[in-house]
Design a protein around this ligand. Structure first.
Ligand code: HEC
Length: 153
């Protein structure tokens, strides 16, 4: 056996602290697995994600089109932005160039306010850039009001 002079009592016993820690880990692990297993607790990454997205879409509301129809000041501003930002592709009279004629009622992606806004804000696949980062929702909405004045009745 040991040749050391000190008493070697309790050599085979695990210190209490370690035991507590060991069982603590097991309890934690079981709890963790139970609470994060969808079949047991109903927890789901996708549900949480959907909830977060729902909240986000509510707070994103400021990005939706604002009502400027008929607002002369807004229309004038929209017209100015059109001349500098949109005319290179849609032509100064908006009758089309690289981009399509915007004075018709039957636009490919829709002519309702929200459709126009979406075309401007998010862009369209065949060469229409997204303008929200550049001109923001306020000006995009004024642009919509301006485009509405171009329509042939
Ligand atoms: C780089 C050229 C370019 C610029 C700049 C541009 N557009 Fe466009 N735009 C296009 C093209 C190309 C399309 C057609 C996209 C498609 O068919 O998918 C288009 C489509 C659109 C549509 C949808 C038309 C439809 O048929 O439904 C709208 C509305 C529109 N543009 C408005 C604007 C406005 C407002 C601006 C300025 C803020 C602007 N565009 C700036 C090229 C441009």
């Amino acid at each position: 056996m040991h040749e050391t002079p000190e008493p070697q009592d309790g050599h085979n016993k695990i210190p209490k602290g370690w035991l507590l820690f060991f069982f603590g880990c097991i309890i934690f692990l079981v709890g963790y697995i139970v609470s994060y297993t969808p079949a047991i607790s109903g927890w789901s990454f996708y549900h949480n994600f959907e909830k977060e997205m729902a909240v986000a879409s509510k707070t994103e509301k400021p990005n939706a089109v604002k009502e400027y129809t008929g607002d002369k000041e807004a229309i004038r501003e929209g017209k100015e932005i059109f001349a500098t930002t949109c005319a290179p592709c849609h032509n100064a009279d908006a009758k089309g160039g690289i981009g399509p004629d915007l004075t018709t009622v039957n636009l490919k992606y829709g002519s309702a306010r929200k459709d126009l806004y979406e075309s401007i804000a998010k862009g369209r696949p065949n060469g229409m850039p997204s303008f929200l980062p550049q001109i923001g929702s306020e000006k995009s909405s004024k642009m919509v009001a301006f485009l509405e004045t171009l329509r042939k009745k």
